[in-house]
Write a protein that binds this ligand. Structure first.
Ligand code: NAD
Length: 358
């Protein structure tokens, strides 16, 4: 098999690999599309068992960023970097400086940021060797923690999905919330303020108690969250929450939460639809975080300060886009995730045509 026959190749514009002998850096930077702007997406450090697995992850994540950025209506394309290595034992400042050099060779076609296994302190090392880094503190363009913006977008998305599926407001609606970390805790506050009843779970007892004390939420064990009598299931922990084992157990009519990759597969998305559940596509509803990061990239490019009003207007637009997805799916009698993918592809294709015509 050649790279171009890879099942996840998806017409990537560029795939850049770099090896640094001195630090042992092995990185793959996948640029799916720059049609809408420079590719942006985080850097993940993970002990992949093989370079093939790292490549597959880079390709999938990078295309997903193209779709997310297109649906967030921000002037950024999609890309992602992976570093092969164990984030607990193989991180050094020199390794991230070498990573920064690899990013820099792309001359701004790719902007990097945080992802699993990579912390702001690592990005600060990469920033020594490239300016194409978002997610750092202490400068006027800095965007700070994206979680509150993500949570606000998710909150609006939950409210919208409940209106569409159940024809009611959040007051008195029960939400089963999986994961009360950064996004989940902010979301819990907003849902509580809107009158929703919360049932929460997490593997972190401290985080759970904090949220329960603030919101009066009922706590259940992680394995029980799928059986809760609730109108909404809100996945805000790890990916794959909706799978062949969990879907039959869900009582909810709406699935809407902040986690990435909520559907274990595209087929399970179809099963969600066939069971009559309304699913708010994850990469649309959780686009607030990347909108916040985009605000930083644009400010760095223009050498200006972070523009809060721009972020707020894009967040408004994001909810409108989600509504378009839900309405189109309802009108056509199709799964929401398929409609979202098509809309994202159409936006990228239109930008490509525009670029060719220019
Ligand atoms: P986080 O690590 O702060 O929170 C995740 C929480 O899930 C943690 O409290 C963790 O203990 C809990 N958890 C892990 N496994 C669990 C399990 N099996 N059952 C129940 N709880 C479990 O992360 P976050 O920043 O809040 O992000 C949450 C999700 O949202 C992730 O999927 C992330 O990729 C996605 N996301 C986050 C942002 C953002 O702005 N932070 C933006 C877009 C998407």
């Amino acid at each position: 098999m050649t790279l171009f026959d890879h099942p996840d190749f998806a017409a990537h514009e560029a795939i850049h690999t770099a090896y640094d002998e001195a630090t042992g850096l092995k990185t793959i930077i996948a640029v799916h599309s720059t049609a809408l702007g420079p590719a942006a997406g985080g850097c993940r450090m993970w002990p992949y068992a093989s370079a093939d697995l790292a490549l597959t992850d880079a390709l999938r994540l990078s295309r997903a960023m193209s779709y997310k950025n297109a649906m967030a209506d921000i002037p950024l394309g999609g890309g992602k970097a992976v570093i092969i290595g164990d984030a607990r034992s193989q991180k050094t400042p020199a390794l991230f400086e070498a990573f920064g050099r690899a990013v820099d060779t792309l001359g701004g076609r790719y902007w990097t940021a945080e992802d699993v296994g990579v912390a702001p302190s690592d990005l600060a090392c990469a920033r020594r060797t490239t300016r194409y880094v978002a997610g750092l503190d202490g400068h006027p363009a800095a965007s700070g923690d994206p979680s509150p913006v993500t949570a606000e977008g998710v909150f609006r998305g939950v409210r919208l999905a409940v209106r569409k599926a159940l024809g009611r407001e959040l007051d008195g609606v029960t939400v089963a919330l999986q994961g009360v970390g950064h996004v989940g805790a902010y979301l819990a506050d907003k849902l509580h303020a809107a009158g929703a009843k919360l049932v929460i779970t997490d593997v972190n007892a401290e985080a759970l108690n904090l949220v329960a004390d603030k919101t009066g939420a009922r706590i259940v064990a992680p394995a029980e969250i799928f059986d809760v009598e609730a109108e909404v299931f809100a996945p805000c922990a790890l990916g794959g929450a909706i799978n062949a084992q969990t879907l039959p157990r869900l009582k909810a009519k709406v699935i809407a939460g902040g986690a990435n990759n909520q559907l274990a597969s595209a087929e399970i998305g179809r099963a969600v639809f066939e069971r009559g559940l309304l699913y708010a596509p994850d990469y649309v509803i959780n686009g607030g975080g990347i909108i916040n990061v985009a605000g930083e990239i644009l400010a760095l490019e223009a050498n200006t300060g972070f523009d809060v009003a721009w972020v707020a207007s894009k967040l408004d637009r994001l909810t409108q886009t989600l509504e378009e997805v839900l309405d189109r799916a309802a009108a056509d009698g199709r799964p929401t995730h398929e409609v979202a993918d098509e809309m994202a592809q159409a936006r990228i294709a239109a930008a490509k045509r525009g670029r060719l015509a220019a």
